[in-house]
Design a protein around this ligand. Structure first.
Ligand SMILES: [Zn+2]
Length: 340
């Protein structure tokens, strides 16, 4: 295996003290498996920040602490490269999976009440998207977070199951919606083959170190003709094109950056057929939008009292929702397992 090459020069003093291989792992293209890439831009992670992922760890006693990690637009990123074979943009090297998984396991759930209404309305539209394509009842959501989507799917008649790494988010899904959620990496779970009619990954694939392996496994657990739906941020959508590496979805935890074309490509590489773009309608409250904007501009702390959901202005902004087509910032692709 080739050693990771990136910030060695800049980290040389640091390297004397730390075994860098314990922080990073190098990978072949996560979309096609080849090892042939060009560098798009370098990492801006600082040596002293290598443990910093865990500074974001949400302290359950301090809700504000979590917000630092949530809705935070791109401030830190690893080296981004583009595969010369399939065109996928991905981070290389990446921080070690065991470390990031520990981070996700400990991620808190303090923003559930803030996003609940918008996410439930978005989920309604996502359920309608599935209903347009496939009939069936068994549905698995990988990276189900607090279960907003699973709840709407169960309301629509699906028998649902979720997989989630965050203990707190899974606990919320179980308590708030009585959902069946496994708190383990998907790769660690055993499923009988041909078990599900639909598998969904909403804003999950960009976090996974080995997305192709996960999608191949998804293909294995779908019934013949069953559907996968994948949605991720779109590196070719307008915000990414305008903002470049300052795009809010360029961040330390987003290790793969898909477009409709590369997302469709990885689904085909995983064995799916009839792969095609799709879309849903997203909803976002004015208070979430404003929070993101203020954090992006680094003036959130000063403005926080205004946004407080206890204040009349805050309450008003929580209720005001904007609808947008998913394509504004995301790519969505559906694919089908080969019928018998
Ligand atoms: Zn590739």
């Amino acid at each position: 295996m080739r050693r990771w090459q990136l910030p060695i020069a800049r980290l040389s003093a640091f390297e004397d003290h730390v075994d860098m291989d314990s922080f990073f792992e190098y990978r072949n293209c996560p979309g096609c498996g080849r090892d042939d890439f060009g560098v798009l831009f370098e990492s801006n992670l600082k040596p002293c920040g290598l443990n910093g992922l865990y500074d974001y760890r949400m302290d359950k006693h301090d809700p504000d602490e979590f917000e630092e990690g949530y809705l935070v637009p791109g401030k830190e990123w690893g080296r981004h490269v583009r595969c010369n074979n399939c065109g996928l943009v991905y981070m290389n090297p990446i921080e070690q999976v065991c470390r990031t998984n520990e981070y996700y396991a400990n991620a808190g759930n303090n923003h559930a009440s803030t996003v609940k209404n918008s996410y439930l309305k978005t989920a309604e539209s996502q359920v309608r998207l599935i209903q347009r394509y496939v009939q069936g009842e068994r549905l698995l959501d990988i990276g189900c977070a607090q279960g907003f989507f699973l709840f709407m799917a169960s309301t629509a008649g699906y028998t649902v199951k979720g997989v989630e790494l965050s203990h707190d988010a899974a606990a919320y899904a179980r308590e708030e919606f009585a959902l069946d959620v496994e708190v383990k990496p998907f790769e660690a779970l055993e499923f009988p083959e041909d078990r599900f009619d639909v598998v969904t990954l909403w804003q999950t694939l960009e976090h996974l170190s080995h997305p192709l392996a996960v999608l191949e496994r998804v293909n294995g657990i779908l019934r013949p003709g069953g559907m996968v739906v994948v949605s991720t941020p779109d590196i070719e959508a307008v915000p990414a094109r305008i903002l470049g590496r300052r795009w809010w979805d360029i961040k330390r935890l987003h290790v793969n950056q898909f477009s409709t074309r590369t997302l469709a490509g990885i689904l085909r590489n995983a064995g799916f057929r009839d792969v095609e773009p799709a879309s849903y309608k997203g909803f976002v409250s004015v208070s979430i939008l404003l929070t993101m904007l203020l954090k992006y501009l680094n003036i959130y702390e000063r403005s926080k009292p205004l946004l407080n959901s206890g204040s009349p202005l805050g309450r008003g902004m929580d209720k005001m929702m904007l609808a947008y087509p998913s394509g504004v910032n995301h790519c969505v692709v559906v694919g089908f397992k080969q019928p018998d």
